[in-house]
Design a protein around this ligand. Structure first.
Ligand code: IMP
Ligand code: MG
Length: 179
């Protein structure tokens, strides 16, 4: 699939992303102001750029942890399972937790991960996704904060990959095949 030639058209500039992160961090700061027990949890691998910019804009004492989840079809199209490939290093009981995701698409991943983390009894659990494709939703899930709502297009950049490539683009772009 990655052998097919394609170009990337810019959808959201690095400047727009930075401006939106500033706005989001004001809201996140208001939510968590006064806390000394915030753990920011990045979902690997797509959120690594977003979480890096987010925590540097957030003027709060934070710890950073990572979790890797993988979703796959089990042979029936309508059924999705999410597996935890790498769990958190730290306990989150009685902690404030902010889960950071790159994109909410069908919703299965964040729905599963937030339910799992809730079962560990955090004091507060919030979620943020840089991008949201609401038209693709299969389970009723909405992140507490969303950077940008986008149409049903395949995007790359700013941490997000196509066949593991393009994560290092500083902007979000759409993949357009040219063959
Ligand atoms: P879902 O919400 O469980 O369907 O899965 C969200 C995950 O699917 C994201 O974390 C991405 O890894 C991946 N994903 C969804 N849409 C895109 C896209 O447009 N480009 C690259 N990865 C995507
Ligand atoms: Mg992902």
């Amino acid at each position: 699939m990655s052998e097919r030639p394609y170009v990337i058209d810019q959808m959201i500039s690095a400047k727009s992303i930075a401006a939106r992160i500033e706005e989001l961090c004001t809201e996140i700061h208001n939510e968590f102001e006064g806390t000394d027990k915030l753990v920011v949890v990045g979902l690997l691998r797509g959120s690594f750029v977003f979480i890096a910019d987010l925590v540097r804009e957030l003027d709060l004492p934070v710890e950073v942890d990572f979790l890797e989840a993988s979703s796959y079809g089990d042979g029936m199209e309508s059924s999705r399972e999410v597996r935890i490939l790498k769990d958190l290093r730290g306990a989150i009981e009685a902690r404030d937790v902010l889960v950071v995701e790159d994109i909410v698409d069908t919703g299965h991943t964040l729905n599963h991960v937030t339910n799992l983390l809730k079962s560990r009894n955090p004091a507060r659990l919030k979620s943020i996704a840089l991008l949201d494709k609401p038209s693709r939703r299969e389970v009723d899930f909405k992140a507490d904060w969303t950077g940008f709502e986008i149409p049903d297009e395949f995007v790359v950049g700013y941490g997000i990959d196509f066949a593991q490539r393009n994560r290092n683009l500083p902007y979000i772009g759409t993949v357009r095949f040219i063959d």
